[in-house]
Design a protein around this ligand. Structure first.
Ligand code: LRH
Ligand code: MN
Ligand code: MN
Length: 429
């Protein structure tokens, strides 16, 4: 297997930190044992936890005002895969990459699949893109894609999604994520009902092309690029569309796609209750779809989302198979560092949610003991679970201090020598 970070560096680093880790792990084991929790059982649970990384997150993001590239930044899917393999090599949390088309278009997808496998990577959901015009397209998406009035634009968008399914089959993926930017900037610009009808009709053609074991993940977003209305603007619209399309259609929750202060964890519970929870795009947000690093603004919200997921897992109501992915834009950090830190934060929330004493929680809920119910969550949230994650990571071949080893490896400096410089410009890719 092709490993970009030197095995000796990792071994040396882990050996140098073995004693501190053992000390911290054992101290936490004793603390958890007092509440009847077996730390090894929790560590084994973490060993099964993974989150996918987005191919587009490997490049430095930007805003519509500017992009500030860094030397050594990847400019194609091959370089992005290599960077994603660094994240997985160090964290052991991110073994799959989610591609975006046509951004990641190549001529031979079997070869791309093999290339990823040689780096220890598989493929997550395929993301279609009908929110931008591409050179050579017959129809513009300026007035929408799946919901456009123009039948040619709709047909083209359907065809693109079907092509994404075909690419995904070759890569070994089994989910198609569909986010459309279709919407309006002016009251009266489009009829809300007729545009949804058009969306549903076009989406049903994509749904019909899904292989039996595939899912179609509908990603809602309140606004942007449309600033007055968006066709699939909220979880309600997403849920209704998924229900109308059929059982393989599920809802995907991007944490940044809601109105400020919306209770996202309750949305998670609702979607699960009705069998429509498909997956997540993890990021954090202060104002809108900011795509900030997961848990960097509101780590408690992320914990509460995972708390609902832990409840859902314990009460599956049919299927519990949410797909987890990071969807961030790294405008001021090295994307590898941000995704290492975010994957760790996401896994931390997963562990903390696993540590909630559900018997006490449910008992307090039944007795209407509000404070003790809250304390059941608070106790788990306050536990520093870093030693559990570090032990699981090291045992899986990852490293104790991911950022320290990444910096010591001088990976980005080496890539700056090898890779072509990125041009200036605006935009997310
Ligand atoms: C839309 C979105 C969606 C896209 C990605 C680039 O805001 O979250 O997931 O595919 O950003
Ligand atoms: Mn997203
Ligand atoms: Mn987004």
């Amino acid at each position: 297997m092709n490993r970009p970070i030197s095995a000796e560096l990792i071994e040396e680093h882990n050996a140098a930190h073995a004693d501190i880790l053992a000390e911290d792990y054992d101290a936490l084991a004793r603390k958890l044992a007092r509440s009847g929790v077996d730390i090894d059982a929790i560590k084994d649970r973490v060993a099964g936890f993974t989150v996918a990384v987005p191919s587009w997150g490997a490049g430095r993001g930007g805003t519509r005002f500017a992009k500030f590239p860094i030397p050594g930044e990847p400019t194609n899917i091959h370089e992005k895969l290599e960077d994603c393999s660094v994240i997985n090599q160090l964290s052991r949390l991110t073994p799959r990459v989610s591609p975006h088309f046509p951004w990641d278009k190549v001529s031979d997808y079997q070869a791309l699949r093999d290339e990823a496998a040689a780096l220890g990577l598989g493929w997550d959901a395929v993301n279609s893109n009908t929110f931008q015009d591409q050179v050579g397209l017959a129809h513009s998406y300026a007035n929408g894609s799946l919901a456009a009035q123009d039948a040619g634009a709709r047909a083209q968008a359907v065809e693109h999604n079907i092509e994404c399914i075909e690419i995904g089959r070759q890569l070994g993926s089994s989910d198609l994520t569909v986010w459309v930017g279709d919407g309006t900037n002016f009251p009266g610009q489009q009829d809300f009902t007729r545009s949804l009808d058009r969306y549903l009709e076009a989406a049903s053609q994509i749904y019909a092309a899904l292989p039996d074991d595939w899912r179609m993940l509908l990603e809602h977003k309140m606004f942007e690029p449309a600033f007055y209305s968006t066709v699939i603007s909220d979880w309600g619209s997403s849920f209704l569309a998924a229900q109308e399309l059929g059982p393989k259609a599920k809802c995907l929750v991007d944490l940044g796609h809601h109105a400020p202060n919306v209770n996202i964890e309750q949305i998670v519970a609702r979607l699960h209750r009705f069998g429509k929870l498909g997956g997540f795009h993890f990021n954090d947000s202060k104002y809108g779809d900011d795509d900030l690093d997961s848990g960097s603004i509101n780590p408690h919200q992320l914990f509460l989302v995972f708390n609902e997921l832990a409840e859902a897992e314990a009460n599956p109501r049919g299927e519990f198979r949410p797909s987890y992915m990071i969807d961030q834009s790294h405008n001021v950090t090295d994307p590898i560092e941000s995704m290492l830190s975010s994957a760790e934060t996401i896994a931390q929330c997963f562990v903390k949610a696993s540590l909630v004493d559900r018997v006490s929680l449910h008992d307090a809920q039944e007795r209407n003991d509000t404070m003790m119910a809250f304390q059941a969550l608070r106790r788990a949230y306050n536990i520093d679970v870093a030693p559990i994650l570090a032990r699981a990571r090291v045992e899986a071949g990852g490293v104790y201090d991911m950022l320290a080893v990444y910096r010591q490896s001088r990976y980005r400096d080496r890539k700056a020598q090898e890779r072509k410089p990125v041009g200036l410009g605006a935009g997310i890719v």
